[in-house]
Design a protein around this ligand. Structure first.
Ligand code: HAM
Length: 433
């Protein structure tokens, strides 16, 4: 019996992982420059947390959650990171310690969606949440940070779209206007949207049904219903983005799939790479009511999450250079011991080393070194050890020369710097990025 991975859940094999590490490091580096600190919350939360924060009549809560019973509890694999971060913020009473909190996270999320390119059932997000800053300067800075991150990640053809959902008063007024527009046309709506007309009409704006979309295109927009405070906030966001020189489009039909949003909403899309229809690289927005609704004080919040698979698809084969790589071929046990010490010295200097401990003839070891992809191979033999030297072979040039053992690590690093300069920009093993 051969097993396969669960539908929509993929293995990431070592040949792909370098790109993941590169992307994750770029994300950490950029968000830490903006003052975010990492938070790690559990993959499982009480189901009620997601129902309460994301909204009972959203697609995610209605159809896409991996939920199971354990004893008397109903638990759910997190479909996104915001609810868990907000729960942790309230639980640890972080507001009492700091007026503004900036958190980031990265990890797997789970949604039982129909898998296709760029859409999976287990997927990876990296995201940020800011608690305690009402914006809109903060909102614009977050969007600008994301443009910087995507550029650093090698994604081109970016399109930033923004909208405002307003606050609760705006929402009520808009809801009434939308229902007034849609009710006479209810018979033309898809069955799913017709049901939503009574329970959560704003979700109809999110419908993927083509007929629904045509109807919606004539509907009143939320931007025409913004209350004064919400309008001022949105205008402030636009002025700040203009001041930063960040290009964006206002898309009044952007609603996004969660009920928790208030005021600022944004998405960044790209037409580049192999994204296809799943061209939203990231999405986010303000959720000024969530902390209170989870039992905390009134604390405004904003955040986003990027889909890491989608960034990798959009960035195409933008390979990071591999670590500089050297093999060591020891002949005999004494040589292997010297080789172990030499390998450690090289790794401390940021060089990837594979020590061939399988034995055999020098010829077979060199053949293996050659097929491993290493540029250099250090041969350590008994006779050489007696004289305190090793042989360094350049496998590309078929050249060889002798080095003093105690200066070998330094020499190899210099040589790799000369032949593989791009790779030598990598941070040393264990070093900070
Ligand atoms: P979201 O728009 O549902 O927002 O997801 C953010 C990003 O995650 C999407 O733009 C997409 O790149 C990626 N993504 C979502 N679902 C999938 C999937 N099934 N397969 C692959 N990638 C996917 C959120 O999750 C909010 N929590 C963002 C946020 C944070 N809002 C405020 N704070």
């Amino acid at each position: 019996m051969q097993f396969r991975s669960v539908k929509g859940m993929n293995d990431i094999l070592p040949e792909e992982i370098r790109r993941w590490h590169g992307l994750e490091q770029t994300f950490r580096r950029i968000v830490e420059l903006y003052g975010y600190a990492e938070v790690r919350t559990p993959l499982l939360e009480q189901t009620a947390l997601f129902v309460r924060s994301i909204g009972e009549t959203t697609d995610v809560v209605e159809k896409e959650m991996f939920t199971f019973e354990r004893g008397k509890e109903s638990l759910t694999m997190r479909p996104e990171g915001t609810a868990g971060a907000a729960r942790a913020y309230v639980e640890a009473a972080v507001h009492a310690r700091e007026p503004v909190t900036r958190w980031y996270y990265a990890g797997p999320m789970f949604r039982a969606e129909q898998p296709q390119r760029g859409r999976y059932r287990q997927f990876y997000q990296a995201g940020c949440e800011v608690f305690g800053d009402p914006g809109p300067i903060c909102d614009a800075e977050m969007i600008d940070m994301l443009v910087l991150f995507l550029r650093e990640a090698g994604v081109v053809e970016l399109e930033v779209v923004v909208n405002s959902m307003g606050g609760s008063t705006t929402r009520e007024r808009y809801r009434a206007a939308l229902v007034e527009y849609l009710r006479p046309r209810a018979s033309e709506l898809s069955e799913h949207s017709r049901r939503r007309l009574e329970v959560n009409p704003l979700r109809i704006l999110d419908s993927k049904d083509e007929h629904d979309r045509a109807l919606i295109s004539g509907a009143p927009t939320i931007l025409d219903h913004l209350e004064d405070d919400d309008r001022r906030h949105f205008d402030g966001l636009r002025r700040a983005l203009d001041a930063l020189g960040t290009s964006y489009t206002v898309e009044p039909s952007l609603v996004r799939g969660f009920d928790y949003y208030t005021r600022t909403l944004f998405e960044i899309r790209s037409q580049a790479g192999e994204l296809g229809t799943q061209n939203a690289l990231l999405g986010g927005g303000r959720y000024d009511g969530m902390i209170k609704s989870l039992g905390g004080p009134q604390v405004p919040a904003i955040g986003f999450a990027v889909g890491l698979e989608r960034i990798l698809l959009a960035a195409g084969e933008h390979e990071r250079s591999p670590l500089p790589f050297c093999c060591i071929a020891p002949i005999g046990e004494r040589a292997a011991h010297a080789g172990l010490r030499l390998a450690r010295g090289l790794r401390e200097r940021g060089v990837r080393v594979e020590l061939d401990g399988r034995g055999g003839s020098l010829k077979s070891m060199l053949r293996r070194a050659d097929s491993s992809g290493a540029r250099l191979c250090i041969v350590v033999g008994d006779a050489e050890l007696e004289r305190g030297v090793v042989q360094l072979k350049d496998l590309a040039l078929h050249a060889q020369h002798e080095l003093p053992l105690d200066a070998a690590a330094e020499h190899v690093v210099e040589r790799l710097r000369a032949v593989e300069p791009a790779a030598m920009h990598e941070p040393p093993v264990g070093g900070a990025d």
